[in-house]
Every structure is written in structure tokens, then in C-alpha cells.
Write a protein that binds this ligand. Structure first.
Ligand SMILES: [Zn+2]
Length: 414
């Protein structure tokens, strides 16, 4: 473990309360996206604890182990423009925001964590003024070169003040799946409040704890995701910071997300969905530590089933590969104890990853065509949320006698 690159939060990220109760301890991992090239195979990559706690005061579920963001994100390889599913989602989402909030040409939208500018492009095409903010230098440069003005910085109060002075107040501030990456939530929310005009709306999408719980997507717990949000702790958090969450909705993206709409107090009517989702969260017990401990036990059982299956196949001389190396595969591989002793290589559809090695465990990443050259007997689908699409795309592999193993939500062989 490396101590200089990480610290442990002693207080709740949302309410600053100090009563954090541990509910789930996952196996320590390197950063989930930290693939390495062949020249770094001899390096022992630092691993960091991965412990989840619930705040007894506000009920917020969070990772207490925080890796230095400049270490985590400086060489982020993920570009949202690269994945067609994500591009389509962002376009639909952008159009729904334009309709729902009645945005018109000339309105000003700021996106925090804007990546390569894919989401902002929809707004720019509708004539809005757009500004992206993203700390990854290489990705911000790409966005700028493609005509999406982007500041290569971490968003905080000072940046918000500077943008308001140079560009004016924002009609919309957006943060998609970056909210949970921010350790300084206070600086973030102060920045949002500063940047919003009087009727301005902050729109965010975050991983939804209800989906993590109901679909057993525990592998979405990694160091880039510090929070597992639900409605009530968020509502209290915004209220305590001079803002009001006035509407919420669920979205299927990223394994299940919560989309929230936040404005200045009293500026927008409160939607019934707020109370509806909060009631459901209480009904399934997500405000109670005991519920989350039972969840931890369910994960342990799923891991034991999978490793027993793989070890049995290995003992019978079967060859095993894996499919897909999304960030969450790192959590799954470490927590379930699946390394090179059980899987020989991982195939991935992203050309950027081919030729690299998985974070820490250093399983080689190869092109999907390898499945037809090497013909492994079994392929574990690590990108299991895309299992249906992967199995459909590779019908020729199963017709040739190969089998896919889908580890979650229930272990299955196809
Ligand atoms: Zn709290």
C-alpha cells in the first residue's frame, strides 16, 4: 500500500458528520483504469483500500479511501466519444434536458467533467454557448481542437467565480458521473451555486445506490466512485448549501443512475418523484447498516461460486479467457481472486487497451479476434452488464463450441 497517494476520510462527504460505520470491505486494488504497457510489467503497482461506510447522521453511503485525484485522473484513457452506446445516450439525454428546461439559442451551459465534449456538442448544435471543464489535459486539448471550449482544470469555487466573470452566469451547469469523483464536495457545491443564474439549473447524473443494491453491481465500487447516492442524503446536502433539489429520475446508463435537478430555493416546483424514490429507498432498507452488511455477504457468496466454477474447469484442463476490461473489472478480479492463474488473457473491443495489461494483476489484453484464433473453452464476461450484446455478437464463438460465463447478477453459463 502506498500512503502518500491516498488518505482516509474521517467525516461524511455530504454532511461532515463523523459517525461513519463500515459496512463493506473490498479487496484493495490499484486504480481501476491503471492498465500498464509491457515496459512497466516489472513494476509493483500501488494498491489502495476499498472500504465502504454509511453515515449514521445523513445515511449517505460512501468510500472512505480517497486516492489523490491527480494520480487517478491525469492519464485517463476513457473518452466518451469512443463508445457508440454512450454517444447515443448523451445525445438523448442532451435533447431531453433542452426540451424539459426550455433552453434556447444563446443560453449558457457549463459542463464539469466534460471529457472530450461529446455531451456539449448537442447543445452547441442547438445554438447554446458551451464551456467544458475537465482536468485531463490531453482530453481537454482534444475537445478544444474540435471546437468545444474547454478549461483543463479541477472545478472549484475559484474556477466558478472566474467563469462567471468571463462568461456570465450559467443557465445550466451539468456534471455527469463526475460528482462522485470529487473529494472536495464543499468546493464543488459552492462553485455550482456561484455559477448558476437566478433560474439556473444544476443537472447531474450519478450512480444510484438502489441499482448497485438491487442488481448486485458491487463492481462499480472503485476509487473513481467515492459516492453511492440516493435521494434523501442528497436532498439534505443541497438544502444545507443554499440549493434545492426539485426533481429526480432514474436512468439505465452505467448500470443504473439517478439524475437530479437542482435550483435556487423556491425557484422551481417540487416534483412528486422526490418523495416516491425516497420512500422506495427506505422500504428496501438502504438507510440501515444491517441491509448493507447482508449485501456484503451476498457478494461473498457470488465470488465463491464463480471461483469454485473456474477452479473446477481449470482442474479438468479447460482453457479460460475473459471478455471486456471496464474499470469495474478491476474490483471484480481482485475481490473474487481472479488473476492469470485462472484466466489467460482478456479480450477487449477498445483498440486503445489492446497490447496493455490489466491493472495490478497484469493479465494481457488482446483483440476480440483472438477468441477465434485461440478458441478458449470458456470466456468470463467481465463487462457483464453488456453480456447479452457480447454473446449475440459472438454467436459464431458459441456455435463453434465455446461457452460464455456471466458472473453476475446470477452466475450463468451460455
Ligand atoms: Zn452524512
Amino acid at each position: 500500500m502506498s500512503s502518500a497517494l491516498y488518505h482516509r476520510n474521517e467525516a461524511c462527504r455530504l454532511c461532515h458528520g463523523s459517525r461513519l460505520e463500515g459496512v463493506l470491505s473490498l479487496t484493495p486494488t490499484p486504480p481501476a483504469n491503471a492498465c500498464v504497457g509491457p515496459e512497466r510489467l516489472s513494476e509493483n503497482q500501488p494498491r489502495f483500500p476499498l472500504d465502504v461506510a454509511i453515515c449514521i447522521d445523513c445515511g449517505h453511503v460512501q468510500l472512505v479511501d480517497v486516492v489523490d485525484p491527480s494520480y487517478l485522473f491525469s492519464h485517463y484513457v476513457y473518452a466518451s466519444g469512443a463508445a457508440p452506446v454512450m454517444v447515443a445516450h448523451l445525445e438523448d439525454y442532451g435533447r431531453s434536458v433542452i426540451r424539459r428546461l426550455g433552453l434556447k439559442p444563446g443560453d449558457f451551459i457549463v459542463e464539469v467533467g466534460s471529457n472530450d465534449g461529446t455531451f456539449l456538442r448537442t447543445f452547441k448544435m442547438e445554438g447554446l454557448k458551451v464551456l467544458g471543464i475537465d482536468p485531463a489535459q490531453n482530453i481537454a486539448a482534444k475537445a478544444n481542437s474540435e471546437g468545444i471550449e474547454t478549461l483543463a482544470e479541477f472545478f472549484d469555487l475559484a474556477v466558478a467565480q472566474r467563469v462567471r466573470e468571463s462568461h456570465g452566469p450559467a443557465h445550466i451547469v451539468v456534471a455527469n458521473h463526475v460528482f462522485a469523483h470529487v473529494n472536495d464536495m464543499q468546493g464543488f457545491v459552492d462553485g455550482v451555486r456561484t455559477l448558476l443564474g437566478p433560474d439556473g439549473v444544476f443537472v447531474f447524473e450519478v450512480g444510484y445506490l438502489v441499482d448497485v443494491f438491487e442488481k448486485t453491481t458491487f463492481d462499480t465500487i472503485y476509487h473513481e466512485h467515492l459516492d453511492f447516492h440516493r435521494v434523501e442524503p442528497l436532498r439534505k446536502f443541497f438544502a444545507a448549501n443554499g440549493l434545492e433539489m426539485f426533481d429526480v429520475e432514474r436512468s439505465e446508463i452505467q448500470g443504473g443512475s439517478l439524475r437530479g435537478f437542482v435550483g435556487l430555493p423556491g425557484a422551481h416546483p417540487l416534483a412528486p418523484a422526490l418523495a416516491e424514490l425516497a420512500t422506495h429507498e427506505r422500504k428496501i432498507g438502504l438507510d440501515k447498516p444491517a441491509t448493507l452488511r447482508r449485501y456484503a455477504a451476498r457478494i461473498e457468496r457470488a465470488g465463491m461460486e464463480l471461483t469454485a466454477l473456474l477452479k473446477g474447469l481449470k482442474a479438468r484442463g479447460k482453457t479460460i479467457a475473459a471478455y471486456g476490461l471496464p474499470a469495474k473489472a478491476t474490483t471484480l478480479m481482485y475481490h473474487f481472486g481472479i488473476g492469470q492463474d485462472l484466466i489467460e488473457y482478456v479480450v477487449d473491443d477498445a483498440p486503445l487497451k489492446v497490447g496493455l495489461y490489466s491493472p495490478g494483476l497484469h493479465v494481457p489484453i488482446v483483440a476480440a479476434s483472438t477468441l477465434y484464433e485461440k478458441r478458449p473453452d470458456y470466456v468470463v464476461v467481465l463487462a457483464w452488464n453488456f453480456a447479452d450484446a457480447i454473446i449475440r455478437k459472438h454467436a459464431a464463438f458459441t456455435e463453434g463450441g465455446g461457452r460464455f460465463i456471466v458472473p453476475l447478477p446470477n452466475l450463468a453459463i451460455h
